[in-house]
Every structure is written in structure tokens, then in C-alpha cells.
Design a protein around this ligand. Sequence first.
Ligand SMILES: Nc1ncnc2c1ncn2[C@@H]1O[C@H](COP(=O)(O)OP(=O)(O)OP(=O)(O)O)[C@@H](O)[C@H]1O
Length: 336
Amino acid sequence: MIEFKQIHKSYRVAGHDVPALNGIDFQIGAGEIFGIIGHSGAGKSTLVRLINLLERPSAGQVIINGTDITALDAAGLRAQRQRIGMIFQHFNLLSSKTVAQNVAFPLALAGEHGKAQIKARVAALLARVGLTEHADKYPAQLSGGQKQRVGIARALATEPQILLCDEATSALDPQTTQAVLQLLADLNRELKLTIVLITHEMDVVRRIADRVAVLDAGQVAEIGPVAEVFLHPQHPTTRRFVLEAESVDEGEQVDDYAHVPGRIVRLTFTGDATYQPLLGAVARDAGVDFSILAGRIDRIKDTPYGQLTVAFTGGDVNAALQQLAARGLSIEEVRA
Ligand SMILES: Nc1ncnc2c1ncn2[C@@H]1O[C@H](COP(=O)(O)OP(=O)(O)OP(=O)(O)O)[C@@H](O)[C@H]1O
């Protein structure tokens, strides 16, 4: 478990303190995939770099599995860092070393492994990330997705319990992003690896994270299970991220509905309800008509969800909405 306790961090720039984090106080559970999302300058990189003490807090504590890492001595910190892997947006591979040598590097650095042992471990890691036949190539000969797989294999070499991902898919195309996220999700399950990923893309969080914290100006604006935060965003920053992810312009949409008669609501279905014919049954029962103005069915990690914007006319609309709510749908009024 990773605990941030009353973290403050400022940078000293030209004689002035520039605040980056302002009272961060939350926990990340062991084995979780935890997303940290925020706009540029929100403090994401600073926060994630506190976990391996690439940055030190100005005040507060970072506690990992009960140990206050801000209080460790140099040897303690070295040992702690081996239990934390990190991958980066631009991969940070050594260009003069082969794929296998890049992956072997942290093992050689740790100094605890013999040559044969390193060779076997590197082979196993490369097989796991699907790069066996690229072992002797140099980074420049690989695609972006392959480079990030090398980054992942290298980060996992010392068998860390925590993997930090700093915009790890931001330089990749959508298809490659999907494959790398799938690999991270599989590794999380297989190795019970805790994954902390920072991103400015809600879609990355939606695909693999269990929980998310939305950072805004150095503070946590919103935190919770991804489905909750994504489907019912409370903070304006979160709403903006969700709308970006869905390519929806809410203002435009409401204007478009100006000529649509009836009461307009947004219905959110999750889990099994997503595939049930609830809307038709309830409409028949309450004697209302409905027209669907917008809709999507998608997944948040493994949970299917549907969101429909619907205009109800005629009959007893209140009764229809009550019935839908009773069946577990959540209902937001778009226009009364
Ligand atoms: N080494 C540094 N020296 C001075 N100021 C810094 C340093 N690193 C970050 N900052 C400042 O701290 C604040 C938070 O930066 P940080 O890089 O953590 O944000 P971020 O959310 O990761 O942004 P981005 O997505 O652009 O990387 C910003 O105001 C930034 O200018």
C-alpha cells in the first residue's frame, strides 16, 4: 500500500517557491491499478516521482507498506527503489545497448545476479512481453510499442511490487496503446503488481484503472472508483476530461435539443442492466413515448455500461423514471 500523508511540494525557482502539490492525502491499495489524471502542470509527475523519491516532499510523508520512505537512509532507499519499476513516455532506453542488454541493465546494477542467472531472467522477461526474436536489436530498430515493451521488461527485471507509468502510452498510436494497456492489465493480474499511471487521457484510465484521482492545481479534485468518477463526474475538471474522452460538447448538445419536445434525461446503465430491455418495458408500463437523442455502450475496465440521452413525452414520465431508478439506473436531468 502507498500512502500520501499531507504532502506539500514546492520547487525553488529563482528565489521563489513555486507550489506543485498542496495537501495530498490518499492511499493506493496493493494490487490496484490506480490512475492519476490532470492537465499539464497539475502536479502528476511530481506526485508519481515522490513514490520512488526522485522528488522529495517539502512536507508530509510517503509511506509504502508501512515504511516512511522519506526517512530511509541511502542503503534503505536503494533497496526500496529496486521494488519499484518505472516506465516513461519516451521509453528512456539506452540506444547503444541491445534490447537484451537494456533489460539486463538493472540486474547488473543490483549486483546480486550471476551471468547465467541474468541471461535466464532476461530471456523470460522478453518472452513475457513478446520480444524474444528482437533480443539482439537496438532500440532504433524497434517500433514505439516494441520500445515500450522493452521499457516494461526492464522495469520488471528486479521483480518490483510497484510499477509507475509516466504517460507511458502518450507517444503511441491508439492500437498500440490498447495492446500496451492490455499487457499492463495482464501483468497486474499475474504478478499482483500495483500499477500507478499518470496520464492526461481519460480513455487510458477508463480502460484499465480500478480507481482514479483527478489532480487540479496540486490538489485532489476528485477520487474514487473509475466507474463512479467517469459516469458521474462532480468536479468541472473531471467533467471536461470525460467530455473530451467521449468527444461530446455538452453545450452544443443542449442547443441541438432546443426543438425536441418532452423531458430530456441522461440514463446510465451499468453491469447486467446494460443489455436488458428495460426502457421499452418501462415505457409500455407507464404509457410514455421516448426518443433516443444520443447513446453509447462501452466498457469501463471489465464493466459494461450504457449511457442514453432520451426525450420522454406523454403518459406518466415521473412514474417511468421512478421505475427505471428502482431497477438501478441512474438518472440525470438534462432539460425538465
Ligand atoms: N524541476 C522543477 N523545477 C521547478 N518547477 C517545477 C519542476 N517540476 C515541476 N515544476 C512545476 O510544478 C508544477 C507541477 O508540475 P508537474 O510536472 O508535476 O505537472 P504535470 O501534471 O506532470 O504536468 P505535465 O503533464 O505537463 O508533465 C508546475 O507548475 C511545474 O512548472
